[in-house]
Design a protein around this ligand. Structure first.
Ligand code: PSU
Ligand code: MN
Length: 310
């Protein structure tokens, strides 16, 4: 047996695109982006349009985007236009969390990375800040199903700052917060005392911590780095007011979408994509517009946080 790989020895598995390579060499800020939101979170062609828009938003803030996916046995860090198109339209892309990442690499299959797998890849690639929509968490009814996203364990172990709009509101948010606390993950609401709930600015829950600037978040990340084996940090950034769907309205759609998924006996990794799809239909596409707005908002904040670390 070979010795277990340290992060450094994974370099032969990583393919940086020219833009990301140049940024890392020059010490410019880089923001990691996931790809499951493209393949399993949004319909074509809005998925690829959004992916490009989010990359442009990061560049407009003076940082460089690194969209992460698995292709031909390699971890792609920064995708070409052609790669992005291929990913957005391919039908057989695996949704890869921690359990799936090495399987996709070893078999050479296409893999879209979730928050968990993107954190692993970002860390291996030397990236510290990652923007997404909403993290996975403890599903409603998890006391029976045991469905708890691997995103939470990853946040507990991998030192990457994840900028989100909170946990997706289809989850059990109080239980998700409890698990994050147990795993030692600081949860920071940005510019508000309340934890945002993805499509809605309000969750009715106070956030564990609140900070009001990218600089303060950067200072927290630098402090975490001084402690060995510290894990990630979760930033919860509320969707802009003009784009939100208020909580009172969202609750009905979420409950109905979960009922639909249960009636179809959807389980495991299918749950999140199926419920998101049902919510898209129930809101006549409005949830997608909100999702796009919040991802863009998170990307801009992530770029500003990354800029404080270089
Ligand atoms: N955020 C979105 N849309 C998504 C996801 C997040 O706006 O599709 C994805 C992320 O990749 C997250 C995953 O890691 O859903 C969670 O899936 P699960 O609950 O199966 O762990
Ligand atoms: Mn799950």
């Amino acid at each position: 047996m070979t010795k277990p790989a340290s992060t450094a020895s994974l370099q032969d598995l990583i393919v940086y695109n020219d833009e990301v390579r140049a940024a890392l060499d020059a010490g410019k800020p880089v923001v990691a982006l996931e790809s499951t939101i493209i393949t399993h979170g949004m319909p074509f062609p809005r998925n690829v349009e959004t992916a490009r828009q989010v990359e442009a938003d990061i560049r407009a803030e003076g940082a460089v985007p690194a969209t992460i996916a698995l292709m031909d046995g390699k971890i792609m860090v920064g995708l070409s236009d052609a790669d992005l198109d291929r990913l957005a339209q391919a039908e057989d892309v695996m949704k890869c969390s921690r359990a799936d990442l090495t399987f996709a690499l070893a078999t050479g299959r296409y893999g879209a990375t979730t928050v968990a797998a993107t954190m692993m890849a970002a860390h291996a690639a030397g990236l510290k800040v990652f923007a997404t929509g909403g993290i996975g968490g403890v599903h409603k009814g998890a006391e029976l199903s045991f469905d708890i996203s691997a995103d939470l364990d990853e946040l507990g172990r991998t030192p990457v700052c994840v900028v989100s709009a909170g946990a997706k509101a289809l989850l059990d948010i109080p239980k998700t917060l409890e698990v994050l606390e147990t795993r030692g993950v600081p949860v920071i609401a940005y510019g508000t005392k309340e934890l945002p709930a993805f499509w809605s600015r309000s969750s009715g829950l106070e956030a564990p911590y609140s900070l009001n600037s990218a600089k303060e978040i950067g200072a927290l990340l630098k402090m975490r780095e001084r402690f060995a084996d510290h894990g990630g940090v979760l930033v919860a950034n509320p969707v802009p007011e003009t784009d939100e769907i208020p909580r009172a309205e969202m609750t009905g759609y979420i409950d109905e979408a979960i009922r639909m998924a249960e009636a179809q006996n959807i389980k495991g990794k299918e749950v999140t994509p199926v419920v998101l799809g049902a919510i898209l239909d129930l809101t006549n596409g409005r949830s997608l517009e909100t999702n796009i707005a919040l991802v863009r908002n998170n990307a801009r904040l992530a770029a500003r946080i990354a800029a404080t670390l270089v």
